[in-house]
Design a protein around this ligand. Sequence first.
Ligand code: SAH
Length: 499
Amino acid sequence: MDCKLRAKNCGGCPLLGLDYAEQLKQKEEKVRALVGKYGPVHPIRGMEQPCHYRNKVISTFATGWGGKLTSGIYAANSHKVLPVESCLLQDEVLDKTMQAVRAAANACRYQPYDEDKGTGLVRHCLLRRGVATGQVMVVLVTAQPVLPGAKNFVKALLTEAAQRGVAVTTVVRNIYSSLNHSFLLLLGVTVTTVVQNVNSRKTSVVLGEAEKVLYGKGFILDTLCGKTYAISPRSFYQINHAQTEVLYGLAVEAAKLTGKEVVLDAYCGIGTIGLTAADHAKQVVGVELNRDAVQDAIGNARHNGVKNARFFAADATRWIGEAAAAGEKADVIFMDPPREGSTPEFLASVARMAPKRVVYVSCNPVTLARDLATLTKLGYKAEGFTPVDMFPHTEHVETVVLLSKGEIDSKKVRVEFSLEDMDMSGFQKGATYEQIKAYVLEHTGLKVSSLYISQIKRKCGLDVGQNYNLSKKEDAKVPKCPPEKEAAIRDALKYFQMI
Ligand code: SAH
């Protein structure tokens, strides 16, 4: 398979020169080489049609031949825009929608933004399609808040899109009902919302902070594993719909839920794995760093009538550290960290929460292998790995692995792990107040305040944060740390090698 953009230094499909079967073989081998020693690697799950799987497109505007506005992607390692009419990876509906956006922008005489000179109006266009619903979102990113003739732009865009078949009832799907009779469903593919996003900063980040809905509701809906999700311009959403269903299906199946389990969905994004699992679990708790994603997760639970799921916006390591220190337990933990993988502290807290099963969904087999070395020492055994090809023609590979808790002396594991395997280098400048509090709570059951910690740090001659630099004259109104808490804090400072 080849693509004319490849010769022009596109860089988007580094594996395109390889037969798809060969690509799959190489990816499976890569996973086997990295993690095969921990357990069996099952055959990779590839796509039947490994093209046009991207349900999200970002196109950057530039000036083309004859001063006409054009758009495309940055060529590999450059800031030169390579015009793109169609792309092997992108959803074809979105290619057509992008043609309509360009035609409408040209009709409105919008000038492309020039990042060197800082002139021009339109910077990028972000498109998303709800594959299961057919709804298409257009986000026009502008350098200034005013979009002259915005109404005319929307009108022209909808007309141009309709002319290219991105209108109503155009796709015919063959769906099987529960009775196994096949019937035809006419599925509409329509631009249902147009949003203006304002990004006036000199940055390579695509989206700015301000948004204005020009048409429709400002979000689209999509259905994934039987649940409906609202996707707004900034939401994180998996880009390969078909393979995400395969991936989540494998993850939830591996968890062997019976309806009685307390489930943690760590690094949960907009809550998709946890919400897919919620019907088969007693309680789902999701944790995610990105606040917008957590807002989406809470909304998604509500709109799908899921009452047994809660979501928290927090750093996963910190959150699980506090939960484990407070004696919280989980029956199953799903974890789906970013490419950097997880942290030793997170994994140690996983072991303390003592789940029977851990389902690790990884987008980077290198960091997966690193984290498995730790989880194995903590008493978890990899039952089997399934690689999933979420991104054909690229080097990326996703992997689902089920880990089960073996019969192991948990006290021994804790001591061996904390002394020999815990990377303490992060604590050289001292643990944070939250880490000290978590340690004290776990080891003594005592709750200590930041004020008490600062008092003891000062007694030990340690630097305390400015906020806690109290006056030298001890103020009678300031409570003093009681001796038992002082001893506990000193123990924590010793543990973190601060004294
Ligand atoms: N499980 C989700 C998201 C996976 S992507 C899905 O399948 O869609 C990884 C997620 O980890 C992202 O949403 C990212 O925001 C989040 N993340 C990154 N660092 C984190 C941290 N330190 N604590 C919690 N979440 C984090």
